[in-house]
Design a protein around this ligand. Structure first.
Ligand code: AP5
Ligand code: MG
Length: 191
């Protein structure tokens, strides 16, 4: 099973590139953000809880994220690979994922970190905001999301650096170019 983490700040292109990887390799796309937005759309009790965090640009508590992730992963045990988009986002999540994978004799094959300049992140999300309908696509919340990324999520990079499975890609180029670069990296790791 080939498991890849697509990592990076809000608006760097995690979702865009994850979809391309999934289409090409027929992996499972596991976006924690999409998962929680679906709960909000369906007006579930969980959706009600998580919207309070998402609306403010804050991270959802690790315990909730891990529970939902296990639930989702259990339903898709036959996947030939998983693209993790927006997870893990804290060291606690990264360590918990490691433990679960170890127990199931699985491993993280690759972590792709997409780097984009801060002004461009804001520009992209604000332009998406015109039709995304996302409650967190507002300037103040975008700034908070980027701040939280630096404080709570970026340290996860060092965790994977130690495992020697981290590859960095510039996300400043066109979507197709970024996708080509990612594809080359995946081919290398698939060998
Ligand atoms: P999540 O849904 O993961 O959002 P995010 O990380 O803030 O990132 P985005 O989805 O906004 O951006 P993206 O990197 O996917 O870029 P995209 O491809 O869309 O999380 C949302 C919230 O949910 C969190 O704040 C938190 O509250 C909660 N949450 C989720 N996971 C969690 C977890 N594990 N733990 C705790 N809480 C969690 O691209 C953005 C735009 O740019 C698009 O319009 C796209 O078309 C465009 N674009 C993409 N690539 C390019 C390019 N190369 N050139 C030009 N434009 C581009
Ligand atoms: Mg996304």
């Amino acid at each position: 099973m080939f498991n890849v983490i697509v990592f990076g700040p809000p608006g760097c292109g995690k979702g865009t590139q994850s979809v391309r990887i999934v289409e090409k390799h027929h992996f499972l796309h596991l976006s924690t953000g999409d998962l929680f937005r679906e709960e909000i759309k369906e007006k579930t009790a969980l959706g009600d809880i998580v919207s309070k965090f998402i609306d403010r640009g804050l991270l959802i508590p690790d315990s909730i994220v891990m529970r939902e992730l296990y639930r989702y992963a259990l339903m898709h045990q036959d996947a030939k690979g998983i693209v993790l988009d927006g997870f893990p986002r804290t060291l606690i999540q990264a360590e918990a994922l490691d433990k679960v994978f170890f127990k199931k004799k699985l491993k993280i094959s690759l972590v792709i970190s997409i780097e984009v300049e801060e002004e461009e992140l804001q520009r992209r999300i604000l332009s998406r905001a015109e039709d995304s309908g996302r409650s967190d696509d507002k300037l103040e919340v975008i700034k908070k999301r980027i701040e939280i990324y630096h404080k709570q999520t970026k340290p996860v990079i060092d965790f994977y650096k130690k495992h020697h499975i981290l590859e960095t890609v510039s996300g400043m180029e066109e979507k197709d170019i970024v996708a080509q670069k990612i594809d080359l990296i995946i081919k290398k790791y698939l060998k």
